[in-house]
Every structure is written in C-alpha cells, then in structure tokens.
Design a protein around this ligand. Sequence first.
Ligand code: SF4
Length: 256
Amino acid sequence: MPPNTPSPPVAQPPGLQHVIQFSGGVGSALSALHVAERVDPSTMTLLIADTQVEDPDLWRFSRDLADLIGVPLTIVADGRDPWQLFRDQRFLANDRLALCTRHLKQIPCRTWMQHNAPPETSIAYVGIEPTKKDRPRAAAITRNWAPWTVEFPLLDGPDRTKAELLEELRERGLKPPRMYELGFEHNNCGGACVRAGQKQWRHLLQTFPDRYARAETEEEKIRAYLGKDVSILKRTRNGITQRLTLATLRREQEAT
Ligand code: SF4
C-alpha cells in the first residue's frame, strides 16, 4: 500500500482514547492524520507541550491541523522556557543530556496522561519518522511510556525522506511549518535546540540572528551564574575535545 493511502477502518473497543503526542513537526502531524482515518476523531487528543520558545508558525500549523481533523489542541506547559529551566537546574543542557525535553515536554505530557488517559483504555501515538536513523528509537520510547501502549503510525510503511513527508502534508491540504522551508531539520524550540550541532547554530545565526543573540546571552549568563566553563557545544580538534561557546562560534562565523 502506498504510504499515504488511508488504512482501512479498524473496529476499536468502546471507550478507547487515542492520544497523539504532537510536537508540531511533520512526523507527529502525519501520525495524527493517519490515526484520524482509522478512529472516531472525537476519541482523539492532540497533546502538545509549549516550551515558550516555539516558532510562531508552529502554532499556525498546529491550529491548521486541529481544524482539519476536527480535534482541538490540548496544550500543556511547565511554564518555564529552556533557559529558565537550565538556571533552576543549575545545568546547561547539551546534546548528550537534554533535560529540557524531559522537563518541558515529557513530564507535562505524562502528567496530563496520568490525569486524563488511563493506561488500560488509552493509546499514545508517537510520530517517529520512518528513517533508518529514527526507527531504532521506537524501542526506548515504548519502554519510557510504560504502562501506556505506544504506537508509531509512520513506522508501518517504508523509509521516507523529509521531503516526501512534507509533500504528503501538502497533499492533505496542510501548509508545512515554515521552519522546514527555512532549512531546519526540526520544527522545535524555534531552531535554538541544545541538541543541534554547529551547523544548525550557524544556520540559526544567519536566519534568526535575534534568536541566536538570545541564546548566546543566556549561555553567557549561565556560565557566569554557575562560575563554570560550560557550553552547549563542544568540538574536537587534533584529538582534543574543547568547549565551544555560542559567542566563539559567532565570532568565528563573522570572521569568515
Ligand atoms: S527541542 Fe531541543 S531545546 Fe527544545 S526542549 Fe527539546 S532538546 Fe530542549
């Protein structure tokens, strides 16, 4: 079956809730659309965590999706943005330990599930993209969501590129989030993600210098607050790994 061919309706046990762990990205949006073809939308929830630093167009896209499938957004939030969290935790997150995902996304969504979606009668849907890189994440995500049952609607089909996934969104009548068109791999935290590498931070500097400037300022504030040589980025040269602050990266970029 082609990847964007609707699955035949499957009889669902009465009272079953279908909770999409919606991130604002293409994978979880398509997952929601695929689930909406199989179940009564009135039994679905579009659950999304607000990190307070999302690109405004993420919310335009989220509303468009909600309108298309007829399911209102359910927005949860810790209330802090990543920088406030890092200060409170006295820890600057990085690609090896992104505690912001846990505190600003996973915990608020899980708390909502605990209060609103009993594991016995609820399924959590996660929009992992069908790529060789992302498929292996499914096992750990399933373990982390226990005792809920987790399904990955896009993993049933073949591997697909981001461009193919975005095209499916368009075919289904949704204008993709602008962050993809602007060259970002993901639509999260406005492109200022602690998990991103040097390439994306350089791209952020060019595309959203104001966001880069805020991140640089916040990184410097945390370094001063902690009194430690911490940084989001590291780099290895001649076998030696060193910290790389956003201020240094910007100066190097401006010098080229
Ligand atoms: S998208 Fe990046 S910065 Fe935002 S919460 Fe997740 S890991 Fe942290």
